[in-house]
Design a binder for this molecule. Structure first.
Ligand SMILES: [Fe+2]
Length: 251
């Protein structure tokens, strides 16, 4: 199974498919992402140019306090602007829910659900992570942990995630982590998680157009080179599409 999963594709070049980005801070003026409408539009053009066709807008829930209806409203407004500008990128509502600071009743899922993007404190995963994840699952959501490769607890002991993944947690790596944008230690951790078969999604976590851009092609190429087209497509196209559709993952 693993051999088939990570089968190398030789020198066959990677053909860019239409990516689905499930994590991006493209809504302006709500968190540490886009600062203005102009910034949102520049991010959208960059995403479109890099082959992203659909994207879930995921403002931080701890910082914004925006509810689901407010996020939907802002997404609708920005989609109208994208159409006006001729940018072929479709946005969907979502959020990045802080694992410790967001009450279960205030959680905002990705699209129509049931998938839910969560973030843990950067310094640690939290000893109560399992209990909180069980609460989220009991509420009918399917939790996805954002960028575990940048979490201090995971960097110290990547194996700490295995039992959580076995319990139903899914993992989303940041595309830039795989290509070294956050340094060699995070890059090593990201690839370790890939090699262990623990990762279901790769997303941009885009915040701006320069140091944290909404781009996925470089990560796709790196995954294609490492494990072939099936692996790259599953993490950047197929599983993210199932999130948008609210469908089960083929894992
Ligand atoms: Fe994020």
């Amino acid at each position: 199974m693993l051999r088939r999963l990570f089968q190398r594709s030789g020198s066959k070049p990677a053909t860019a498919p239409c990516f689905v980005d499930i994590h991006c801070h493209i809504l302006h003026g709500v968190d540490d992402g886009a600062a203005s409408l102009d910034h949102s539009l520049r991010m959208a053009r960059l995403a479109e140019a890099g082959g992203i066709g659909r994207m879930i807008a995921t403002p931080h829930r701890k910082a914004t306090g925006l509810g689901r209806e407010q996020i939907q409203s802002r997404v609708t407004q920005l989609n109208a602007q994208l159409k006006k500008e001729g940018i072929e990128l479709e946005l969907f509502p979502g959020a990045e829910n802080h694992l410790l600071l967001t009450p279960v009743e205030e959680l905002v899922p990705l699209g129509e659900g049931p998938y839910l993007l969560t973030e843990a404190p950067a310094s640690h995963l939290g000893t109560q992570a399992r209990e909180l994840l069980e609460q989220i699952s009991s509420a009918g959501y399917r939790p996805i942990l954002a960028h575990p490769e940048r979490n201090a607890s995971v960097l110290a002991d990547p194996g700490c995630l295995s039992s959580l993944v076995e319990a139903g947690l899914m993992l989303q790596l940041t595309a830039g982590s795989l290509t070294g944008n956050f340094g060699p230690r995070i890059r090593h951790c990201a690839w370790h998680l890939i090699k262990k078969g623990l990762v279901q999604f790769v997303a941009s976590d885009g915040h701006c157009c320069n140091h944290r851009p909404p781009t996925l092609k470089a990560a796709y190429d790196a995954l294609h080179k490492f494990g072939g087209e099936p692996l790259a497509r599953r993490l950047l196209v197929e599983n993210p599409t199932r999130v948008l559709e609210g469908a089960s993952l083929d894992v």
